[in-house]
Ligand binder design. Structure first.
Ligand code: EPZ
Length: 420
């Protein structure tokens, strides 16, 4: 296994290219199951989660070429609708094939994803909505056995909780269902919006895109023809680099971003004393004179994203005063706390709230990645820490950050990827 060796402290300077959004690419690749013609998707990030989903697609019988960030995929020859535990257990977002497979083929067997480091991650809301659309769902031997022999039927669905992949699964199911679906309390993340835009471009009637209420008129199992499209920039990768600049008192420019997708993140960085200027599709961050403590409560989009919570906790170790971070979405998304404490951070945990005293001069140490965003928080802390930080189990990082250490190296970081 590889690990990252980071020598700090450093001050980042320069420009970084932001990749396509993993969490937009995953549902959009799943959406190609709604088509029986080849689809072309550009700006697909080269990250492990994409390769995992494509491995699953290969087992279903899909044919694809993925090179230089462009994916050409043809699902015409799919004859297998069973997504096995062997793959689903490595990436829970595989559950995104459930809605489209059921809508297009009338049957599928998808392994229950199981929990992950940050929480139990149930899919009850996905299943409840599909049943309301007429699906017969049985949980057997760890698999969701779903059938809809007469096709899915549009109906009114109110999500008890806002769920990103739950919304995406049901939007894709509704696209091929018979009749009208009214979806209430739908996630409004930019990744959900792009899914709706791509389906609308393919002729699916969708009203309310970007709001929490959608009206979708399905095609009654008529497969879609998806025009070529490009994945939106990764707002979480962008936010992570903004934090990398902020924590090192550096100044960097991010190219290929949509600043609007980062409003809650940039507002918090302003509060912490940084200054951010945005152009057409780039953003430049300037350092705070002195980072100031802040308060965060994670919530659904457009509120402060849970996927940026760990990165801001690393930043809070350098902020003057007492920072308070509340994690409202996941029950166990504080795995980075004990690793940050190994670097010397002063963090007090009470339930879902972390209280940090800063600034603290972090000292390099060996630390372990536990989940995707916790890993990036430890990289940020390593950039600010004095001495060498070795970050182990970086397969977590590889799931969602393309060429992270090369991009950081280009920004002036002293970072090397080595073999254990
Ligand atoms: C998506 O996960 C993202 N993953 C996550 O990003 C992100 O953290 C999360 O949304 C929240 O923004 C992808 O898009 C692939 P949810 P998802 O369903 O859809 C509860 C990353 O770092 N819930 O919105 O699985 C659930 O337990 C990843 O890239 C139910 O109770 O999250 C949680 O408390 C990590 N029942 C809350 O809803 C359900 O059926 C939000 O979960 C579904 C969800």
């Amino acid at each position: 296994m590889d690990y990252l060796s980071i020598k700090g402290p450093v001050r980042l300077e320069g420009e970084v290219e932001i990749s396509g959004a993993k969490n937009a690419a995953l549902p959009l690749i799943a959406a190609t199951l709604l088509s029986d013609e080849p689809c072309t998707i550009e700006n697909v990030p080269e990250v492990a989660d994409i390769h995992t989903l494509l491995k699953l697609f290969g087992k279903l019988g899909s044919r694809f070429i993925f090179e230089d960030h462009t994916l050409t995929i043809d699902n015409e020859a799919i004859e297998n609708t069973r997504a096995t535990y062997e793959i689903v257990k490595t990436m829970r977002a595989s559950i995104l094939v459930l809605g489209p497979l059921l809508a297009r083929f009338g049957h599928c067997e998808v392994s229950l994803p199981g929990g992950c480091a940050i929480g139990q991650r149930p899919i009850d809301l996905h299943l409840k909505a599909l049943e309301q659309m007429g699906a017969l769902i049985e949980i057997k031997n760890g698999y969701v056995m779903a059938t809809a022999p007469e096709g899915l039927v549009g109906t009114r669905i109110i999500f008890d909780k806002i769920t990103v992949t739950g919304s995406e699964n049901i939007i894709m199911a509704a696209a091929l269902a018979r009749g009208k679906s009214e979806l209430i309390n739908v996630a409004k993340e930019p990744e959900v919006v792009q899914l709706c835009e791509v389906l609308a471009q393919a002729g699916v009637s969708i009203e309310g895109i970007g709001t929490d209420e959608l009206i979708i008129h399905g095609t009654d199992r008529q497969p879609l023809k998806l025009d070529p499209f490009s994945i939106i920039p990764d707002r979480i990768e962008a936010g992570t680099y903004l934090c990398a600049a902020a924590i090192t008192y550096g100044s960097i420019t991010l190219n290929g971003v949509i600043a609007d997708h980062l409003d809650a993140v940039t507002a918090k960085l302003h509060e912490a004393g940084c200054r951010i200027e945005t152009e057409e599709n780039s953003m430049t961050i300037y350092p705070a004179a002195k980072l100031k403590a802040f308060e965060i409560s994670t919530t659904e989009y457009p509120g402060f994203p849970t996927d940026m919570q760990a990165q801001f906790m690393a930043l809070a170790t350098q902020a003057e005063g007492v920072s308070i971070i509340e994690e409202r979405l996941f029950e166990n998304r504080f795995m980075h706390v004990s690793e940050l404490q190994r670097l010397g951070a002063s963090i007090h945990l009470k339930g879902h709230t972390a209280t940090l005293n800063g600034p603290i001069q972090l000292l390099g140490a060996d630390v372990m990645a536990t989940d995707l965003r916790a890993s990036s928080a430890l990289v940020l802390a390593g950039l600010a820490a004095s001495g060498v930080t070795n970050l182990h189990r970086i397969y977590h990082l590889d799931r969602g950050y393309e060429a992270l250490h090369e991009k950081l190296e280009k920004l002036g970081a002293d970072i090397r990827r080595l073999k254990e």
